[in-house]
Design a protein around this ligand. Structure first.
Ligand code: FAD
Length: 451
């Protein structure tokens, strides 16, 4: 135990998306801030999430385009393979630049950074691993989450998304267990980079996304060669030489895979925090309980990001942290508006959605719901005779056709959605979209041409 006690206005526990955003915003308002982060700055998103994932997605996208280029007459030879070490060097250089930029900004903002894990001593005090104690009027918990393996025999033989980012080559055969966006993203990019991928899903694929778009994506995946098995119930993993085999609950043993990845859920990082010492409550799923102000049950202790039950997205963690600091130190009162959060699955092709799905709209608005669809082959795919299709959907309600949901599956959906998300949030009708002159020839024009 140490008698060193340093006093701050704000202690931020965790230097990921939410923690960094909160620390920077509080410092801008003049608060004296300490930030504790035992690992790499940037947390999940920068190191084992959005950023390296998008880099791999881009590599896979290039691979797909090279294949199409060959079909279109370019002299690019047979399916050019990716040299992973070369690409990973580029990826990690990009990430190292982000780390450097954070370090410079933290220094410039006068934020005290301790490269250490922290735990609560009481509601005002945290202790760093070296025994130094820090106290503050406000403490922000932004410790994120970690991937889980299912509690099954042999599960330790499989990896999780964190492990995927250590890979230095595409496995020849890989099984991915899970049906959420991480499973779908990893399956798509590995297939495009040359692996034979089996995607094994217990329930629905991409629960929470529009069913019709998901069905179209499943078809696009099958065309691309992903072997998609729905209703698969894993019971055990067995070693086979350097690889594994999977046993389902019916006893059937799979073929041999070189690698196995679990994308079967995540858990909030609270175990190391000693939350009981401060009296902070967690919910039944292990998330730190917060109110609409992102404050916990203990005065002066707040939480944002994946450690709470908020949607696990980087921009949500950042926005929550900034709003919180604006209220604590900037005299503002605005809360985070969690309605109509746009989100993208970086599948091949991507899915983007904002607002209600058709199913949610029908549940709330019954036969007031009107659905408009555009199914088409994007021009490049039509030219290259590739079967990949796009499907765009608008969900509208009432006679005025108020737009409550926009769902895009296809080339560039990730880039197209952002602007339409602004429009949806401001409130638009189908007529407003139709009144907008199309940009031709694009995929995006389909959104304003739907009849
Ligand atoms: P994190 O970024 O996880 O940061 C938490 C930090 O707290 C970590 O650095 C950790 O080391 C630190 N910490 C933990 N315990 C302690 C302690 N006791 N003391 C001090 N520090 C501690 N989101 C998107 O918006 N778009 C995407 O495309 C996307 N893709 C993703 C892909 C994958 C594979 C994964 C796993 C996630 C993805 N996400 C994506 C989600 C996104 O990464 C998270 O929502 C975001 O990182 C959450 O930020 P956070 O600040 O809550 O936590």
């Amino acid at each position: 135990m140490s008698d060193v006690l340093r006093d701050f206005d704000l202690i931020v526990i965790g230097g990921g998306s939410g923690g960094l955003a909160g620390a920077f915003r509080a410092a801008e308002h003049g608060a004296r801030v300490a930030l504790l982060e035992p690992h790499l700055l940037g947390g999940t998103c920068v190191n084992v999430g959005c950023v390296p994932k998008k880099a791999m997605w881009l590599a896979a996208d290039v691979a797909g385009r090279l294949r199409m280029a060959r079909d279109l007459g370019f002299d690019v030879g047979e399916a050019p393979a990716l040299d992973w070490p070369t690409f990973i060097a580029h990826r990690q250089r990009y990430i190292a630049n982000i780390h450097d930029s954070y370090r410079r900004r933290l220094d410039a903002a006068g934020i005290v950074v301790a490269p250490m894990r922290a735990r609560f001593i009481d509601a005002r005090t945290v202790e760093c691993m070296d025994g130094v104690r820090l106290s503050a009027g406000n403490i922000l918990i932004a410790t994120g989450g970690h991937p889980l393996r299912p509690p099954l025999p042999g599960a330790e033989l499989g990896g999780v998304s964190d492990d995927f980012f250590q890979w230095t080559a595409a496995p020849e055969r890989v099984a991915i267990v899970g049906g959420g966006y991480i499973a779908v993203e990893l399956a798509g990019l590995l297939q495009a980079l040359g692996s034979h991928v089996d995607l094994l899903v217990r329930g629905r694929l991409l629960d929470g996304f529009d069913g019709e778009l998901v069905d179209q994506l499943a078809e696009d995946y099958r065309h691309a060669g992903v072997h998609l098995q729905l209703g698969y119930h894993l019971s055990a993993v067995e070693r086979d030489g350097e690889g594994v085999r999977l046993r389902d609950t019916g006893g059937a043993l799979s073929e041999r895979y070189d690698r196995l990845l679990f994308a079967t859920g995540r858990r909030a990082n609270t175990a190391s925090l000693d939350l009981e010492a401060a009296g902070v409550l967690v919910d039944a799923d292990g998330y730190v309980q917060v109110d609409v102000r992102h404050s916990t049950n203990v005065e002066g202790i707040h939480a944002v990001g994946d450690v709470t039950a908020d949607p696990a997205l980087t921009p949500v963690a950042i926005a929550a942290a900034r709003r919180l600091m604006d209220r604590l130190y900037g005299g503002a009162s605005a809360l985070l508006d969690q309605r109509d959060i746009p989100t993208v699955v970086f599948s091949h092709p991507p899915i983007g959605q904002v607002g209600l799905t058709e199913a949610q709209a029908r549940e709330r608005h019954g036969d007031q719901v009107h659905v408009y669809r555009a199914g088409f082959r994007p021009m490049l795919h039509a030219l290259a005779n590739s079967p990949q299709r796009s499907l765009f959907k608008l969900i509208c309600i009432g006679d005025e056709r108020h737009v409550v949901g926009i769902h895009l599956m296809g080339e560039a959906a990730d880039e197209i959605l952002q602007g339409f998300a602004v429009a949806l949030k401001r409130g638009i009708s189908l007529e407003d979209l139709r009144d907008t002159i199309a940009i031709h020839p694009t995929s995006a024009e389909e959104v304003v041409l739907m009849r």
